[in-house]
Design a protein around this ligand. Structure first.
Ligand code: BES
Ligand code: MN
Ligand code: ZN
Length: 507
């Protein structure tokens, strides 16, 4: 979806729009105001009438569509409640609510009016560029839904043109430039998320490890990034026992994908971003139950988040080094598959007793971390649909985090706040590591049900070689049963924007 965005006062030559969006705060409706100050005198009256009766309360995400019947040069006005607190999340939510109303109206060409209050409040609290970015992200992300593969392709509604129109004469050239910058950034970020969602929504038979590597190669080619795709033979040479062990049960061989962005050749520092790329997780010999297993097409959501972020990093080319690593495999039961009790020798040399073949993510990620480190990563962030336990703890409301470095965690946390993607740190007391001690090897791959998200995280952390590391468990947040805010149902593309904020906008 490519939407044309413009910013600036409406010119007489501009085409009549299908709909106009006006964000309104409670406070604006409480105070009397000049007739016509919102959009037009009669329409303002109608809106105030609805407010007086409590039918439109200007609450967050509330929308009211009013047909203009010739009173205004657009067929509909969409009023959207906005909490005027100057928070990016409020703007993102309001824009997402507007998007849903616009979709119902099948509006293709729209205007977003920016009231004086919105302009001033967001400028003071957030900065004009970040306000513009948040509105653009909210709008585009709420519109990006899963496309079913059907015989008859339904004609799709697409938003084609969006014009941001300030309702204030006092706007400076400088502000206008900031709005335009923010819009461009919001578009780019939303594209990264959409890319991750599309990849995650692909069925398992369309997205094998080889196909995932193909998509990564396409991305690298388009953005002129260096890429290595390590096949099963060279993985064997490099002793990637975790990746090969998980992949050996499937006819579709595993891959280790490494993408480099060398933005600062003079620096020894490099971010390692590692994304779990299990293209389908049956559980292997420790087979999962049938109910809901189809959702396991999203077990490469971490890989998608890393690739989505790399898309934007490759586009913006910040002066910083990034090594993206995606260990990808299909976890299948077969006569060749690993079995409980097997011992694997990982790329790092550590040995692991496999007590549950369904704890496969940590096995491939261990080799992913080692790969990132051997390629020069000095700070590690991994993103993975690692456990079901994280949704027992946090539901779908937050991504769980485990770390060995509070300073790095703080950076990740503030990036997540800027992105409006919640993360919540879990404790990593050394005592938890006792749960993954093994009688047969250095470690075992499951510490049982108790504290499953923490022990899973600490297993991965064992392979960080003491480097600063943060683990993000998106087991509860990568996939939704129903849409909410700017997140659509099925794949959410969660953590794409957090990773970008972390790497591109270090503050
Ligand atoms: N991919 C799953 C985790 C998962 C399950 C994510 C459901 C999202 C929704 C992971 O590979 C897994 O199976 N984890 C096991 C670990 C256990 C065997 C220690 C789990 O959570 O049950
Ligand atoms: Mn599993
Ligand atoms: Zn899995």
């Amino acid at each position: 979806m490519s939407v044309q965005f413009t910013y600036g006062a409406r010119g007489a030559e501009q085409a009549v729009n299908d709909a106009v969006v006006r964000f309104v705060s409670k406070n604006e409706l409480n105070s009397g105001g000049v007739a016509g100050a919102i959009v037009q005198p009669q329409i303002d009256d109608a809106l105030r009438g609805l407010y007086a009766k409590g039918l439109f309360k200007a609450e967050a995400e509330q929308t009211e569509v009013v047909a203009t019947l010739g009173l205004y040069p657009a067929a509909y006005i969409v009023f959207v409640g906005l909490e005027m607190d100057g928070e990016a999340t409020s703007l993102r939510l309001a824009a997402a609510a507007a998007a849903k109303a616009l979709k119902k109206l099948r509006a293709e060409s729209v205007q977003l009016l920016l009231s004086e209050q919105l302009l001033e409040c967001s400028k003071a609290k957030l900065g004009a560029d970040r306000a513009a970015q948040a509105l653009t992200e909210g709008l585009l992300l709420a519109l990006h839904v899963r496309q079913p593969l059907k015989r008859e392709q339904n004609e799709r509604f697409t938003l084609k043109e969006v014009a941001f129109v300030p309702q204030s004469a006092a706007i400076t050239e400088e502000d206008a430039a900031l709005w335009k910058q923010g819009i461009a950034k919001g578009k780019l970020f939303a594209e990264g998320v959409s890319f991750a969602r599309d990849l995650t929504n692909l069925p398992g038979n369309d997205l094998t490890p080889e196909r995932l590597a193909y998509h990564a190669e396409e991305l690298a080619r388009e953005l002129d990034l260096e890429i290595e795709v390590i096949d099963e033979w060279s993985a064997a040479e490099q002793r990637m026992g975790g990746l090969l062990g998980v992949g050996q049960g499937s006819i579709n061989p595993p891959r280790m994908i490494v993408i480099h962005h060398k933005g600062d050749p003079n620096s020894e520092e490099a971010w390692g971003l590692i994304g779990k790329g299990i293209t389908f997780d049956t559980g292997g010999i420790s087979l999962k139950r049938a109910e809901g297993m189809q959702e396991m097409i999203s077990d490469m959501g971490g890989a998608a988040a890393v690739l989505g972020a790399m898309r934007v990093i490759g586009e913006l080319k910040p002066a910083i080094n990034v090594i993206a690593v995606i260990p990808t495999a299909e976890n299948m039961p077969s006569d060749r598959a690993i079995k409980p009790g097997d011992v694997l020798r990982m790329m790092s040399g550590h040995t692991v007793e496999v007590v549950n073949t369904d704890a496969e993510g940590r096995l491939v990620l261990a080799d992913g971390l080692t790969t990132a480190i051997t390629r020069g990563a000095t700070r590690l962030v991994d993103v993975a649909t690692l456990t079901g336990a994280v949704s027992v703890a946090l539901g779908t409301q937050a991504t769980g985090a485990v770390t060995n470095n509070d300073q790095l965690f703080k950076q990740v946390q503030s990036a997540s706040e800027r992105a409006g993607e919640r993360i919540w740190q879990l404790p990593s007391y050394p005592e938890y590591k006792k749960q993954i001690k093994s009688d047969a090897a250095d470690l075992k791959n499951s510490g049982g049900r108790d504290a499953g998200t923490i022990t899973g995280g600490l297993f991965i952390g064992h392979f960080a070689e003491g480097l600063p590391w943060v683990h993000l468990d998106i087991g509860g947040t990568a996939w939704l049963e129903s849409s909410r805010g700017w997140e659509t149902k099925c794949a959410t593309g969660v953590m794409v924007r957090t990773l970008i904020e972390l790497i591109v906008h270090q503050e």
